[in-house]
Design a protein around this ligand. Structure first.
Ligand SMILES: Cc1ncc(COP(=O)(O)O)c(C=O)c1O
Length: 456
């Protein structure tokens, strides 16, 4: 068993210990490279005569000559693969690339972004524990925390991302195990003050977990601002072509679990379901968290991605730095156009000077934020619905971050059961349209928006 640990960590987990050529020496080669180079070449450095593209290891299982050799893998005494529900070399190669991009110590892929957020939090929380979370997060994650975790005996206190220090402090309890937030919230598009959240989490002896899906590590690397663990829905910009659902979890390797051993018995006391291993001692700070999530949670929950999906994800990652630039350029051009249009009631885009989060966006994402813009059409729910239906090129989809532009009017689609009053209470205005600017020419995007506005 090995996890996608790429720098110096515990026994058997160094990538260079593996006998798969796919990973040898890569961590040394990539360590000082810039983000674009990591997107293109990270995770995989082939040797002489080996495939240039990452091999797709489409195998559920792996062969061994002796029971003892396989036994060592089960005991986490040796490094290697035995069953693809837990780990697969193709998936690990891509996890290693994302790990390098975020600047982490270890990483793993999951079958979806929701699986990543579930595993990342459940790895250090159990029945009777408590989480402090920004209220401004993706609706699916909000539901996981507010409804499903409640059923599992885990309580979540939601705070406004711009709450006062007093309100933030008051949210913590003795059984709080982590703080959670999104760098850019979907769909509200607030920018999280990562440094403030990290300082507050650390003051209370717990890690900060950041969902970094919208900016991707090309535009923001939360570990550089004190975050401890990062998650992604790779389904979004990382894949970027609407091809493969997936997720990722990356550990910075910096949170000192042993210092707070009483809080994290799962990492700091022997795991009876794994031959009495104490993860934090055996795999060190850099490897404990991901090794536990893989060995324990992947084993029991099986939310693993298919090797083919990981291969497709890697194709997306190879151009991520080029695509993000264009998504952001299109986002800003469209946001500026909308702001100047008298049929538009309001525009929310964090890279726009008029945004309330502009200063935070400049601090954490000076090169650009994302391609998602939200705005209100004058005339409310009906006008917004009419506008969306009149679009010719921009498609109606419950998706963002795709190469092809798409949009959604929540009041007539995902949130159609809610009254205007209920919509406002849940932070989604009846006139809100969410537009994900793709990679097309900005002139064509604006022309499509203009002709649709002309029809209302
Ligand atoms: C910020 C964020 N996190 C997590 C998710 C869930 O990801 P997935 O759809 O891959 O499960 C989404 C999905 O839209 C998202 O926007």
């Amino acid at each position: 068993m090995c996890s996608a640990v790429i720098y110096e960590v515990g026994h058997g987990n160094k990538k260079s210990d593996r006998d798969t050529a796919a990973t040898k020496g890569d961590e040394i080669f990539m360590k000082n490279k810039k983000i674009g180079t990591k997107c293109v070449q990270g995770g995989y450095t082939p040797g002489n005569g080996e495939p240039r593209q990452i091999p797709i290891i489409q195998s559920t299982t792996f062969k061994y000559s002796t029971g003892e050799a396989m036994g060592k893998l089960f005991d986490l005494e040796a490094s290697g693969y035995f069953y693809s529900r837990l780990q697969n070399p193709t998936c690990d190669t891509v996890a290693a690339k994302i790990c390098e991009m975020e600047g982490g110590s270890a990483a793993m892929l999951t079958s979806s972004g929701m699986a990543a957020n579930f595993l990342a939090t459940f790895n250090i929380c159990s029945c009777g524990d408590h989480i402090v979370s920004s209220a401004s997060i993706y609706g699916g994650t909000y539901n996981l925390f507010a409804v499903t975790f409640k059923r599992m005996g885990i309580d979540v206190t939601f705070i406004a991302p711009d709450c006062s220090d007093e309100e933030f402090e008051a949210a913590f309890r003795p059984n709080t195990k982590l703080v959670f937030g999104e760098t850019i919230a979907n769909p509200a598009l607030n920018v999280l003050d990562i440094e403030r959240f990290a300082n507050m989490a650390h003051k209370h002896g717990v890690p900060l977990i950041i969902d970094n899906t919208f900016p991707t590590p090309v535009n923001c690397r939360p570990f550089e601002w004190g975050a401890d663990i990062v998650t992604h829905s790779t389904t979004k910009y990382m894949d970027g072509h609407g091809s493969a659902v997936g997720g990722a979890i990356i550990d910075s390797g910096k949170f000192d679990w042993l210092k707070y051993a009483d809080k994290y018995p799962g990492l700091c006391t022997p795991d009876d379901s794994y031959h009495g291993i104490t993860y934090a001692e055996k795999f060190g700070l850099g490897g404990a968290y991901i090794t536990k999530a893989t060995a324990q949670l992947m084993r029991d929950l099986g939310v693993t991605p298919a090797p083919m999906s990981s291969y497709i994800l890697n194709l997306g990652l190879e151009s991520l730095h080029v695509r993000m630039k264009r998504h952001c350029e299109n986002g800003l051009t469209v946001a500026r156009y909308l702001e100047a249009n008298d049929k538009i009631a309001w525009v929310n885009y964090p890279s726009l000077e008029s945004s309330k989060d502009y200063a935070l966006a400049q601090k954490y994402m000076p090169d650009g934020t994302c391609g998602v813009v939200s705005f209100g059409v004058k005339g409310g729910r009906d006008a917004a619905a009419k506008f969306m239906n009149a679009l010719e090129m921009i498609a109606i989809e419950t998706h963002v971050a795709d190469a092809r532009s798409c949009c959604l009017h929540p009041a007539t689609t995902t949130h159609r059961q809610l009254s205007d009053a209920d919509l406002i209470a849940s932070g989604v205005a009846p006139d809100l349209v969410r537009l994900s600017c793709g990679l097309e020419d900005a002139d064509d995007l604006i022309a499509d928006i203009q002709q649709a506005l002309d029809k209302i």
